[in-house]
Design a protein around this ligand. Sequence first.
Ligand SMILES: [Zn+2]
Length: 390
Amino acid sequence: MSIPPAPSRERLTELFLEFTRLRSPSKDERPVADAIKFHLAGSGVSLHEDDTGAAIAGNTGNLWCLVRGESTVPQIALGAHMDTVEPPDSIEPVLEDGIFRNAVRGILGADDKAAVVGLVHATELLRASGHQFPSYELFFTVSEETGLVGAKHMDTNVLSSPLAAVFDASGPVGGITVKAPSQQALNAIFHGRAAHAGVEPERGRSAIQAAAQAISMMHLGRIDEESSANIGVIQGGTASNIVPDLCEVRGECRSHDDEKLAHIAASMVDALQEGAAHLGVDVDVSLVNEYHAFALTGRAPVVRLSKAAISALGLEPVMKTAGGGSDANILNGRGLPTVNLDAGMMQVHSPDEHLALDDLERLCALILNMIMLAPEYSPRRSTSLGGARG
Ligand SMILES: [Zn+2]
């Protein structure tokens, strides 16, 4: 590999403070999308935007672009998401003792702006340096935090790279998520019969009691080392003196094994139906497959590339198993082998979220290594053109 340019700590700091100051909860990513477009335009790169914003009642679509280097076809697609979980009214990012934090109580948004900044700066460096570099693609998704909604809506056939990586896992740079579970979302509405609770309770059928009965029959929490189940929301009823005629229950289950997942989901549905039958009420149940599991082996080209790119920084690559999904689940599900790499952010989704400038610098250096080394691991390496992806 030819030696990539070195990231600038000053520029990374400037970009990170700029991007984290922009509030971008899911469906409201416009300020971040515009800032990405602005900075990449400065490097002569223009982005496409799809119509996902309109489709999901948001104000922004997914972005993608080809960054043309010396090869005619791109060797790798690198991505990040533009939204954050709900931020405080204002975000005041500060850098103290080498650590970025939010001076106001609330998230910082390093998840996933660390990656956005790393990708923007790496591209600035390559385009400005006069270095030879392989062509690559960038993509930036919306509404990742609300269930990978942007990636699900994206036509991923716009990407023609044979490999991909997202930088959306917390932990110091060096971790490679190669395995993530499937998730099923469960929603049930119990329909009972309302009645005055004191005057004629016999006429009532309690939707809340049916839900309680159902939940008490479920096996929840950690089911085994690769599976879990949860009921996270229950709501219903209107007043303490009325037998409730409506109760909604929402939950989920996850597993790295699809057969187990189907079994766990079926037993949750059975419990819901038994609870309803016990109280003589009706229940409507819906099960939605939120995302599909993936598992890449150590021999997969994208995993070998990630290890080489991390090792070239003098760091030890660590293969990790995730408990949740990311855009990598969607891309792998569509046949594009994708790893999720640790982006240096810590305690994400909490007021203690922080990121070390050292880690941001390592993340950018990792991105540069991934780009420079990609041709050596690309499945397309021996042929002039890759096959079409279904
Ligand atoms: Zn994230």
